[in-house]
Design a binder for this molecule. Structure first.
Ligand code: OSB
Ligand code: MG
Length: 368
């Protein structure tokens, strides 16, 4: 496939309610959409690093610039027949995983459309419906949280993820466990702690959580392995797993028993699949994370979640959980409790709504 042109859109999508985590409180999501053109076919990609370099070192303005100035010029006019050759064209750029993902995902959508098949089939997915979970940010009002959890359990969500941050952890979890003794819960710490917090982390063992997501710093595999040896609850790594090599080292060190895979964080679907396969051969189960992407990025996540070693409900949500109207269409809906059906259309299955793309774009550029 010859890459005739690539358009980059920096968009700002308003949330229905603020989303609060250990790395800040947010009322909008800043995301980067890419459109890769080959003849009369268009492939769409998305990476949502958000406005500030707080979840990772990347941020939306930075991703826009590195795509415009370095990565897209390295691709346009070239014939890119395989995902591996796309990665090779970009391999001289260090880091910048979200930026690479924005192009890698667009290439996969284009490739699936070129092959006249849905993306999940091209990825050799093994299911047509994906298990998804419910998820709650930091709320600072326990009664409101308990009511929201009650609603989620009533709606049939198989598991509930709770964001924690210093001051919103043990007491909150104790209340939740008391109110819902039998349900599956896990917590996401978003790197907020260090081994100095061992006493608090050790107390988490008493609540029978399915896992503790990213308790320590993103670059600290060694301390995660020390912590895992002292905890009964499995650790799941998110921020730490930025590459295939990081996944290999985390597994070798015993730093985790689960891996959260986000296409954006690892540089795209190509690396996401390789990490999935590596974990599968090491018997480490995975699930798919999200960054509150529009229906395009979320549909890429859905395709990834059809792979066989995805063993826990993923962070993929119906559009209405976060957005009044999704920037892209069709919006994501539950097909039955706690499940979303994978699109059967060719490609990833979602495209932007043209009017909303214009109104929510902060800036855009088409190259060449
Ligand atoms: O750590 O998994 C994370 C959202 C944005 C940035 C980081 C994370 C998340 C989530 C996604 O937790 C789950 C959700 O969408 O609520
Ligand atoms: Mg996480």
């Amino acid at each position: 496939m010859r890459i005739d042109s690539v358009s980059i859109y920096h968009v700002r999508m308003p949330l229905v309610a603020p989303f609060n985590t250990a790395f800040g409180d947010h009322s909008h999501i800043e995301s980067i959409l890419t459109c890769m053109v080959c003849g009369d076919l268009e492939g769409w990609g998305e990476a949502a690093p958000w406005k500030h370099p707080a979840y990772s070192a990347e941020w939306a303005d930075g991703v826009f610039c590195v795509l415009r100035d370095f990565m897209v010029p390295a691709l346009v006019g070239k014939r890119i027949e395989t995902a591996a050759s796309l990665q090779t064209c970009l391999s001289w750029v260090k880091g910048n995983y979200f930026a690479k993902a924005a192009l890698d995902l667009a290439w996969w959508d284009l490739h699936a459309k070129f092959s006249e098949r849905p993306l999940f089939e091209v990825l050799r997915g093994t299911r047509t419906m994906v298990d998804v979970g419910a998820d709650f940010g930091v709320m600072e009002d326990i009664d409101k949280l308990l009511h929201s959890i009650e609603d989620a359990i009533q709606s049939g969500y198989q598991r509930v993820k709770l964001k924690v941050r210093p001051g919103w952890e043990i007491e909150m979890i104790r209340e939740v466990r008391k109110a819902f003794p039998g349900h599956v819960f896990h917590v996401d710490c978003n790197s907020a702690y260090s081994l100095r917090d061992f006493e608090m982390l050790e107390q988490l063992d008493e609540f029978g959580l399915a896992m503790i997501e990213q308790p320590l710093a993103s670059d600290d595999l060694l301390d995660h392995s020390r912590l895992q040896r002292r905890l009964a609850t499995p650790i799941c790594l998110d921020e730490s797993i930025t590459s295939i090599d990081k996944a290999r080292k985390a597994i070798e060190l015993g730093a985790c028993q689960w891996v959260n895979i986000k296409p954006g964080r690892v540089g795209g679907l190509t690396n996401a699949i390789a990490i999935h396969d590596l974990c599968q051969s090491a018997r480490v189960p995975c699930w798919v994370g999200g960054m509150l992407e529009s229906a395009i990025g979320a549909s890429h996540c859905l395709a990834l979640a059809t792979l066989p070693n995805i063993k826990y409900p993923s962070d993929i949500f119906p559009s209405s959980r976060f957005y009044c109207t999704d920037l892209c269409e069709p919006s994501l809906e539950l097909c039955c409790p706690s499940k979303i059906a994978v699109p059967k259309r060719w490609g990833v299955g979602a495209i932007p709504n043209a009017r909303r793309l214009i109104s929510q774009a902060v800036k855009s550029i088409k190259l060449p």
